[in-house]
Design a protein around this ligand. Structure first.
Ligand code: EPZ
Length: 417
């Protein structure tokens, strides 16, 4: 099992290109199932979660080839509608294949994606909407057996929560449905807009992505297209957190400032300077951060839950007390016990974590147990006095492409062993 070895307190400097967004690549790869012809997907990061999706596409009959960050995906020969458990379990986000396979083949058989490290991850909103679109879905022995033999039909879907995955699943399924589908209380994340851009270039008719109401006029077929994945705003937020704990200045190329507004404001509150130009985002941190005050995770455009762990790690050495409120997932503070082992002073009670800034953290042997928690341990180790050893980095590799290489190129003393 590989681990990361970090010697803290090295200043970072220079510039780095922010990788393509994992949470945009995954639904777009699922959506290729609806298309005829060869899709060219640029800026697609090399991540284990992406590899898991490519495994599902191949299993379904797609022709998938990768060269660097460019993927060629052809779905002309898709016939299979069953995704085996072993492939479903590799990544929670595989549920987004449900709408795509159902819309393409009229059938879908897959296992419940199951919970993950941060919570039970229910899919009731996905199933309710697809049933309202005419799908017959039987749930038995942990399996979903879905039929839409006469195709799906457009309908009005009112989401009780602006679920990212449910919005994506419904958008994809609605592209080839008969009639118009309207999603109210839809998720507004930038990844939703990127998926809509991809689908509209394929000939879909999607209006209002990124706003609370999305309208999809069903069409009869979609053709392949070329598409460049947007930059990963959570990786950008994590890199800012690495600069924040080391009092560094770095330039983030390719990052989209408008996707990071809620994160930038938290860092500006804690005395970081952020300059936005056509070169990217120049981020410079003071020797010691001020408190982040109160950070509440919310659906976009609120503060993203995925950025909670990295920024909480940065707040551990701030000059003052910061309060985090995790409103999206039930179990997203598992990195706190490891940060305390490094000398952090944190009190977590349910959804609230109170972080009392300390002068410095100290290197320790720590273990990651989920993706963003792993990132938070890297953020903490970079600013800590001495050496840290981080295990469980398979979680980090789910969402961060060659992260130790990116950081060592910026001057960090970090290596994979
Ligand atoms: C997406 O997960 C992201 N994953 C998550 O990123 C991200 O944290 C999350 O959106 C919120 O922004 C991908 O895009 C692959 P949700 P998703 O459906 O779609 C509840 C990361 O670290 N809910 O918006 O699963 C659910 O329990 C990952 O990159 C239902 O109750 O998130 C949760 O409390 C982690 N019923 C809330 O909604 C449903 O049917 C948000 O879930 C679906 C969701």
């Amino acid at each position: 099992m590989s681990r990361l070895l970090v010697t803290g307190r090295q200043k970072l400097s220079g510039e780095t290109y922010v990788q393509g967004a994992k949470n945009s690549a995954l639904p777009i790869l699922a959506a290729t199932i609806l298309t005829k012809g060869e899709n060219v997907i640029y800026n697609c990061p090399e991540l284990s979660d992406v590899e898991a999706s490519l495994g599902i596409l191949r299993y379904l009959g797609c022709d998938v080839r990768r060269s660097g960050q460019t993927l060629l995906v052809k779905a002309d020969d898709v016939k299979n509608y069953e995704i085996p458990d072993v492939l479903m379990r590799k990544t929670r986000s595989s549920i987004v294949f449900l709408g795509a396979v159902l819309a393409r083949t009229g059938r879908a058989k897959l296992s419940f994606p199951g919970g993950c490290e941060i919570g039970p991850r229910p899919i009731d909103l996905h199933l309710k909407a697809l049933r309202e679109m005419g799908a017959v879905i039987k749930e038995k022995h942990g399996y979903l057996d879905c039929y839409a033999s006469s195709g799906l039909k457009g309908t009005r879907v009112a989401l009780s929560f602006p679920s990212v995955g449910a919005t994506e699943d419904i958008m994809i399924a609605a592209c080839l449905a008969k009639g118009t589908t309207t999603i109210t209380n839809a998720a507004q994340e930038p990844e939703i807009c990127d998926l809509a851009d991809f689908l509209n270039k394929c000939g879909a008719k999607i209006y209002g992505a990124g706003e609370g109401v999305v309208v999809i006029d069903g069409v009869t077929a979609l053709n392949s297209t070329a598409h460049t994945i947007i930059a990963d705003r959570i990786v950008a937020a994590t890199l800012m957190s690495c600069a924040a704990t080391t009092g560094s200045e770095i330039l983030l190329k390719g990052a989209v400032a408008s996707h990071l507004a809620s994160i930038i404001t938290v860092f500006e509150d804690s005395d970081c300077k952020i300059k936005i130009s056509d070169k990217g985002i120049r981020f410079s941190a003071p020797e010691r951060l001020s408190t982040m005050h109160t950070v509440r995770t919310m659906p976009y455009p609120g503060f993203p839950t995925d950025a909670q762990a990295p920024l909480l790690a940065a707040s551990c050495v701030a000059n003052g007390t910061s309060v985090f409120v995790e409103n999206i997932f039930e179990n997203r503070y598992r990195h706190i016990s490891e940060l305390i082992r490094m000398g952090a002073s944190i009190k977590a009670e349910g959804r609230v974590a109170v972080v009392e800034g300390v002068e410095s953290l100290y290197g320790a042997s720590v273990e990651a147990v989920d993706l963003r928690g792993a990132a938070s341990l890297v953020v903490a180790a970079l600013g800590a006095e001495g050496e840290s050893e981080i295990s469980g980095i398979k979680y980090l590799e789910r969402g961060y492409e060659n992260f130790e290489v990116v950081l060592s190129e910026l001057g960090a003393d970090i290596k994979k062993i």
